[in-house]
Design a protein around this ligand. Structure first.
Ligand code: NI
Length: 388
């Protein structure tokens, strides 16, 4: 371990530069051309076999004789956010920002690739998966649909995400659900437009929309088992154009999250039922569309144990939280975990100052986590008992 730690420390200034260069040049979903090309160039320079898929995605294959195959995954994309950190390496692309730390994830996996190539202390195949479009667009799903695991078979696949609020050098993963499903819904309420001073001539969709929003709050509080998790958030409410007209329609949009299929089904059914009947009670009609975007991210037991063992070797057994609360955020790594056993883990990004959370304009990846993440990837591949 000490040899590995020393080597990672040697590489750190270069990797920090790389991370900050990525941070300065963020690109959003399926537009990660510079990012993908940079990753491909780095892998080629290491002699790793490089493939391109899912538009801007990159897959590196590293072979060392016969043995099992393991997939390690990082995400490439940034968010549509205007950065407000004022850092010297802040985004140079207006309205784009690495506010989720994917710049750090890329640097860690490239650092791990370099150490794996130099050390060659594993048998079998390592598939380095750099996927595009984690945010919103499901690049992980696209990779799976394009045959990621048929072209590059693995026995297990692993992902990690930096986690603000968790101190650097700490690690958290649990078997079972780790992140929630991500669904979206739209409710279009049709009433009848009228003069605002003569509501008796119309059917007011604004009042119906307000009551639908209130009634939807009962799904989680009254229908879902209190010991199971779900979220229903209405995030958009649009109706009308002026002061003195009752509009004909109102539109609600939002998102639903849950950790298991039964709750997901209950929430989906409930949104339709509540919207339809509340509207009917008020003489309005509605149409509801509900779209399941990302399934829950569910870790398998054996691979979670393997992740714990690797993290314990790097950080010490006390630094590993084996029963963290799942997050109600979502992750398209879920699509890879539906195809192969694996584990998605949180890696401490430090106890953030107020507001410096994921997706905040003040967020920055913590470079102190780079060596921890790299050592974790190495131990995961080489096995916890591998020599330093
Ligand atoms: Ni992220």
């Amino acid at each position: 371990m000490s040899g590995l730690k020393a080597r990672i420390a040697d590489l750190l200034p270069e990797l920090r530069e790389l991370r900050r260069d990525l941070h300065a040049h963020p690109e959003i979903a399926f537009q990660e051309e510079r990012t993908g090309n940079l990753v491909a160039r780095h892998l080629e320079a290491l002699g790793v076999e490089v493939h391109r898929m899912a538009k801007t995605g990159v897959v590196g294959v590293l072979r060392n004789g016969e043995g099992s195959a393991i997939g390690l995954r990082a995400d490439l994309d940034a968010l549509a956010i205007e950065e407000a950190t004022g850092l010297p390496y802040a985004s140079r692309n207006s309205g784009r920002m690495h506010a989720c730390g994917h710049d750090g994830h890329i640097a860690m996996l490239l650092g791990a690739a370099r150490c794996l190539v130099e050390r060659r202390r594993f048998r079998g195949t390592v598939v380095l998966i750099f996927q595009p479009a984690e945010e919103n667009e499901g690049g992980g799903r696209v990779m799976v649909e394009e045959g990621l695991f048929e072209r590059f078979p693995v026995d297990a696949v692993f992902g990690l995400h930096n986690w603000p609020g968790l101190p650097v050098g700490r690690f958290a993963a649990r078997p079972g659900p780790m992140m929630a499903s991500y669904d979206v819904f739209e409710i279009v309420i049709c009433g009848r437009g009228a003069h605002a001073a003569m509501p008796q001539h119309g059917v007011d969709p604004v009042v119906a929309a307000a009551q639908v929003v209130s009634a939807l709050q009962t799904l989680v509080s009254r229908n879902v088992d209190p010991l199971r998790a779900a979220v229903v958030s209405v995030t958009q409410m649009q109706a009308g154009d002026t002061w003195n007209v009752i509009p004909a329609t109102a539109t609600l949009r939002g998102t639903a999250r849950s950790l298991d299929p039964a709750v997901q089904g209950l929430v989906e059914e409930g949104i339709g039922r509540v919207a339809e009947h509340v509207c009917a009670a008020l003489g309005a009609e509605c149409s509801v569309s509900y779209q399941r975007r990302y399934p829950p991210t569910v870790n398998t037991e054996a691979e979670t144990r393997r992740a714990w063992a690797a993290a314990s070797e790097v950080m010490g057994p006390d630094a590993v939280d084996r029963d963290p609360s799942p997050s109600m955020g979502a992750e398209d790594f879920a699509f890879m975990l539906r195809q192969r056993p694996g584990c998605y883990a949180f890696l401490g990004n430090g106890v953030a100052e107020e507001g410096r959370n994921l997706h905040s304009p003040l967020y920055d990846f913590n470079d102190d986590a780079l060596p921890v993440g790299i050592a974790y990837w190495l131990k995961l591949v080489e096995g916890p008992a591998s020599p330093g």
